[in-house]
Write a protein that binds this ligand. Structure first.
Ligand code: FAD
Ligand code: NAI
Length: 476
């Protein structure tokens, strides 16, 4: 095999593998280097998302949600089951099987696109050369016309609660528990804290979530956040806001967590396991040799322009290691856009229309600006919301919680943001993303026929409500 490529991609997660596949589809000679290693020592493509993030978390969310529904909802449907139990080992085995299938699939996809898949470490050298160190230690120097850096992110450590991999763990560790902790502490009420907190709560753990900020889910529309908090409390998540952890000490019997509460009083909490999920940091360890011309900013992100170019000739960076939301779909779109740009094709990522989804129950999803952001921007706006309680389909599903909310500009009616908390919110948001991608107005949504009875009617009615024309609820 020649060591000269058109494109070398370093990183095989949701940013890197799509970049490699698209570059291959574009007829270029491509290598994709990935260094991921699992707990059992196996090397797999797919990065954080497939191995330790999106996919395993969704597998456990689904299993634990089914259990919860069987326990709390079946009776309302008139279904008698007797006592419903679960087998954690079987649940974990199902999850592992899904991950194995998906990560194995990536290797096939790379192969089908003619990409040379290399497992080991990649290090960018000056002049678009890449030092490749295979897992067995063998080194080779490769060269390319273009290099795409897609090295991803890693959990942010907390000095007062250092990971020990046993009792104090990161999100990956919390996906691998082989027994349900009786008492689970979580530091950080962000996306991971809420998703994994929901999983282990539904499986029976007493879960306390310590959040440093005084507001709950500050990144979300606050009407949505308030509704969400109500449901998390109902599930039994004990969320303590304004809590600053000062120390966490692991011992034989568990972890003692010291923190100051919102009133500034010293508190202490005993748990069996502690998950620290206070955000993620860009991961660039060992990625860049001296003299490559690639720069890092003060937070460690690789500096790029709006086209993901690093400024060093022919070197791009995409995904979690660069600015913007740390989301798999954002990473994928950047990877594909860069691969098209390298091939001289048109490419564009619309950073104003990237959806966010939190896969809890009810599900939470949004795109565009929150009402607070619109207010702060000074744009005159109107909004309409519609409760799932008034949706025939949601009621039939025993899922009449939450609402859909559409915010639009007063002058030209363009949609500024859509926020949904309720059943299948993560699927429903796709319509809003497409609407925003096409610069739709709320009237466009109002005049679009939605099948009845579907959950999507809630979005339709919310758009109508923005002009006080909702049919299935009184307009205020
Ligand atoms: P990564 O997925 O981190 O992949 C980077 C890859 O590069 C890794 O395989 C790494 O080993 C490799 N690498 C790094 N440096 C080198 C090197 N020098 N040489 C060779 N290889 C290297 N996002 C969503 O959109 N939806 C979700 O539901 C979701 N759930 C999540 C749940 C959890 C618990 C976590 C932790 C994250 C979740 N995310 C989710 C975020 C998502 O996983 C990331 O946004 C996504 O994985 C970023 O993709 P990436 O390719 O940039 O980085
Ligand atoms: P996060 O940024 O979502 O939340 C971190 C939370 O921890 C915040 O609420 C923050 O205020 C809090 N915090 C920070 N420092 C703290 C401290 N010292 N003590 C207590 N609380 C503290 O980060 P998280 O949950 O770790 O997830 C990382 C990223 O992974 C997410 O931002 C998201 O990009 C991605 N992800 C996406 C998912 C999805 O799309 N469904 C699911 C899981 C992760």
């Amino acid at each position: 095999m020649s060591d000269q490529f058109d494109v070398i991609v370093i990183g095989g997660g949701p940013a890197g593998y799509p970049a490699a596949i698209r570059a291959g589809q574009n007829g270029l000679k491509v290598a994709c280097i990935d260094g991921w290693k699992n707990y059992d020592g196996s090397a797999t493509f797919g990065g954080t998302c497939l191995n330790a993030g999106c996919i395993p978390s969704k597998a456990l969310l689904e299993s634990s949600e089914l259990l919860h529904r069987a326990q709390s909802e079946f009776a309302a449907h008139g279904i008698r089951t007797g006592e419903v139990g679960f087998d954690l080992a079987a649940m974990q085995k199902r999850k592992a099987g899904i991950v194995k299938g998906m990560t194995g699939g990536i290797v096939q996809l790379l192969k089908a696109a003619g990409v040379t898949a290399l497992q080991g470490h990649g290090r960018l050298l000056p002049g678009r050369k890449v030092e490749f160190t295979a897992h067995d230690g063998a080194k080779r120097t490769l060269a390319a016309k273009h290099v795409v850096l897609a090295s991803g992110s890693a959990p942010t450590p907390l000095r007062s609660a250092p990971f020990d991999g046993k009792r104090i763990v990161d999100s990956w560790g919390a996906l691998e528990f082989d027994a349900v902790p009786k008492r689970l502490g979580i530091i950080g009420a962000g996306v991971i804290g809420l998703e994994l907190g929901s999983v282990w709560r539904r499986l029976g753990a007493d879960v306390v979530v310590l959040e440093a900020m005084p507001d709950f889910l500050a990144i979300a529309d606050q009407q949505l956040a308030k509704e969400a908090l109500k449901h998390f409390k109902k599930l039994g998540l004990d969320i303590r806001l304004g809590a600053k952890v000062t120390a966490a000490t692991a011992g034989k019997d568990g972890v003692k967590v010291d923190y100051t509460d919102a009133a500034g009083a010293a508190q202490s909490l005993g748990v069996d396991k502690l998950v620290v999920c206070i955000g993620r940091r860009p991961y660039t360890d060992g990625l860049l040799a001296e003299g490559t011309g690639v720069k890092l900013d003060e937070r460690g992100f690789i500096v790029v322009d709006e086209h993901c170019s690093t400024g060093a000739e022919g070197v791009f960076a995409v995904g979690d290691c660069v600015r913007g939301p740390m989301l798999a779909h954002k990473a994928k779109e950047e990877g594909v856009a860069v691969a098209d740009r390298i091939a001289g094709l048109y490419s564009h990522v619309n950073y104003d229309a990237i959806p966010s989804v939190i896969y809890t129950a009810p599900e939470i999803a949004w795109v565009g600006k929150t009402e607070e952001q619109v207010k702060a921007s000074g744009v005159a706006y109107k909004f309409g919301s519609f409760p799932f309680l008034a949706s025939g389909r949601a009621r039939a599903m025993e899922a009449g919680q939450g609402f859909a909310k559409v915010i639009a500009a007063k002058d030209d009616d363009r949609i500024l943001g859509v926020h949904i908390i309720g059943p299948m919110a993560g699927e429903l948001i796709a319509e809003a993303v497409l609407a925003m991608e096409y610069s739709a107005s709320s009237e466009d949504l109002q005049r679009t026929v939605h099948a009845h009875p579907t959950l999507s009617e809630a979005l339709h009615e919310a758009a109508l409500a923005a002009d006080k024309r909702a049919i299935d609820m009184p307009n205020r």
